[in-house]
Each structure stands twice: as structure tokens, then as C-alpha cells.
Design a protein around this ligand. Structure first.
Ligand SMILES: NC(=O)c1ccc[n+]([C@@H]2O[C@H](COP(=O)([O-])OP(=O)(O)OC[C@H]3O[C@@H](n4cnc5c(N)ncnc54)[C@H](OP(=O)(O)O)[C@@H]3O)[C@@H](O)[C@H]2O)c1
Length: 291
């Protein structure tokens, strides 16, 4: 049995759909199981279990009978504690393989606080004796939708200057995760996952302009001004605004070159940003009439 933490999220949701399409029995864990049941629909043969990762006993009940765990935990100030709870509960329940969604620059001295947390979780996973597979994808294309309204109004705002930034479609991350769950020869490794091409923000603005048919201008702010913008305009909490700024500064310090890992694992190229934007064109072109 494969159990999924994060099935209501971007990557875990895509993974759940793939497993169901392939007829693989799976169990989805959520803090709001009733909502998840409604979202999945009765026709999907998925076991839905309610558990909060803050509650180790609930986790152990959720993992009983599982052989594998896919772990995609939302970013938060308590993320490390929650993920370590999940890993410890999995080990206690006899789970043999954990696929953990991590992030780039997961290192003890990473300039990105969330990535330092991922490194702690990866270390804990390695110490349990379970087989640990680690996925370290670049930025999710799906998160670009958070900028859709600004893009519809003709602007893209950031603090990345002209650094090359790589975007990957979460469906490719999920597809790679499925392969690592089903093919023992792929389990136990760390995978840096990228989309097929890196784009600077000015290049991304040009691409959005070309595909939407209206001009999109990139506005580059200083890290401090971008942080203030994220809090004031996007209403992010301080820790999340700091995370976004840190990730963008990381892209400047370490250019995000694409690799061929997705293609090697899946046997076909990773989805392109062009395709993703075309699929979501309405969102990038529909500015609200009233604010
Ligand atoms: N965004 C990016 O561009 C990017 C890039 C690289 C890596 N990452 C990493 O990807 C991860 C996020 O992945 P995602 O965006 O696919 O996920 P997501 O959409 O943020 O969803 C995360 C999941 O976390 C679950 N969750 C949160 N708190 C929980 C708790 N206390 N107990 C049980 N479950 C809990 C939620 O489940 P319920 O609400 O149903 O309980 C939800 O399904 C982060 O660790 C991030 O560092 C993100």
C-alpha cells in the first residue's frame, strides 16, 4: 500500500491521480478527509484517512499496513517537525520506502531557510534505515498562477534580475515519483528535477506577452522592496515573503541549468513552460474588473 501525505496539494494531488489511473491501490492522508473525499469523488478507489502530522498517534494509525510513503509537506514554520513526525511514524509502522519531496540547495548551510529544513528531514530519513528517495525540483510552473492576475494586468514583479530560473510542471514531478515508487531500481537516490529550459524574468515576461497577446513588463525590485511588496500586496506572512526572496536570490547565486533527469526516468521530455502557459491562458489574460 502506498500512502500519500499532501494529496490535497499540487504534487501529491497529481501523484494520486497518476496512481489511480494506473490502478495502484493507495491511501491519502489529510487533515480534512471529508473535503478530500468530495474532491476525489466516489469513483476513485482511494482510501482516505484523516490525520494531522502534528499528532504522531494519528500518523501511526494512518500508516498501518503501508509499505511506501510519499511525503509532500506544505512549507510552514513547523514543517521540519511535521515531516520528522511522519518519517518516525512510518519507520515505526514498518514502511520500507519513503519518497520525500524536498527542494534545491537542501544543505546544512543553505542560504534558504526552508532548504536547511529539508536537509534536516533528509538526514532524519537517511538515519531510519528505510529506503529514502529524495526529489529536489526547481520552482513549480503551477505556482506561476499566483502571479496570473498581475500578468493579466501587464506586469511580472520579482527580485531575480536577469538570472536564469528553471520551472518544472508538478505533473512531471509526480510522474517521476510514481516511477520511483513502482521501480525498485530507481528507489533510494536523490533526483534534482528540472524543466527543459531556464528563463530569466525578462524572458518570461516576453513569453507571457507573446502567448497572451498583451504586453507584460518585468519590474525588478531590490530584495527588501520585493519582501515589502509580498507582504503588502500578496498578503504573505513574513516567513513566506522571506522564503520567496531567498529563493530568488539563490537563482542569482546559482544559475538554474536544466538537466535531463525527467526525460531519463520517464522516457520522454519534461513538459515545457510554453505548453503550461497555453493550458492556463485564460487565467493569465483575465484581469478582474474591480479590485
Ligand atoms: N513551490 C515550489 O515551487 C517548490 C519548489 C521546490 C520544492 N517545493 C517543496 O514542495 C513542498 C510543497 O509541495 P506542494 O506545493 O505540492 O504541496 P502543497 O500544495 O503546499 O500541499 C501540501 C500538503 O501539506 C499537507 N499538510 C500541511 N500541513 C499538514 C499537517 N499538519 N498534517 C498533514 N498534512 C499537512 C496538506 O494536506 P491537508 O491540508 O489536506 O492536511 C497539503 O496537501 C514544500 O515542501 C516545498 O518546499 C516547492
Amino acid at each position: 500500500m502506498i500512502t500519500i501525505i499532501g494529496a490535497t496539494g499540487a504534487t501529491g494531488g497529481a501523484l494520486l491521480r497518476r496512481l489511480v489511473e494506473r490502478g495502484i491501490p493507495c491511501r491519502a492522508v489529510s487533515r480534512t478527509p471529508d473535503k478530500l473525499r468530495v474532491a476525489i469523488g466516489a469513483e476513485m478507489p482511494v482510501e482516505v484517512v484523516g490525520a494531522d502530522a502534528a499528532d504522531p498517534r494519528a500518523l501511526r494509525a494512518a500508516f498501518t499496513g503501508s509499505t511506501q510513503l510519499f511525503l509532500a509537506m506544505a512549507n510552514s514554520p513547523s514543517q521540519v517537525e511535521l515531516e520528522i513526525n511522519a518519517i518516525d511514524a512510518a519507520a515505526a509502522c514498518g514502511v520500507r520506502h519513503v519518497v520525500k519531496l524536498s527542494a534545491p540547495a537542501a544543505e546544512p548551510d543553505s542560504p534558504v531557510a526552508i532548504s536547511r529544513g529539508h536537509w534536516q528531514v533528509e538526514e532524519r530519513l537517511a538515519a531510519t534505515g528505510m529506503v529514502g528517495t529524495v526529489l529536489r525540483p526547481y520552482a513549480f510552473m503551477q505556482k506561476l498562477l499566483l502571479n496570473a492576475q498581475a500578468v493579466a494586468e501587464g506586469v511580472l514583479i520579482g527580485a531575480m534580475r536577469d538570472a536564469p530560473c528553471n520551472y518544472i510542471d508538478v505533473r512531471d514531478i509526480a510522474d517521476v515519483a510514481v516511477e520511483t515508487l513502482l521501480r525498485p531500481d530507481l528507489a533510494g537516490a536523490t533526483y534534482a528535477l528540472t524543466g527543459p529550459q531556464a528563463f530569466s524574468q525578462p524572458e518570461l515576461a516576453d513569453l507571457l506577452g507573446k502567448l497572451t497577446g498583451h504586453p507584460v513588463r518585468y519590474i525588478d525590485l531590490s530584495p527588501d522592496d520585493f519582501h515589502a511588496h509580498l507582504i503588502r500586496t500578496a498578503h504573505m506572512p513574513d516567513w513566506l515573503a522571506s522564503h520567496v526572496v531567498e529563493i530568488q536570490q539563490l537563482a542569482i547565486a546559482r544559475p538554474e541549468a536544466p538537466n535531463n533527469t525527467v526525460e531519463t526516468v520517464l522516457g520522454h521530455p519534461a513538459r515545457t513552460l510554453d505548453t503550461f502557459i497555453r493550458e492556463h491562458l485564460t487565467m493569465f489574460t483575465t484581469a478582474p474588473l474591480f479590485r
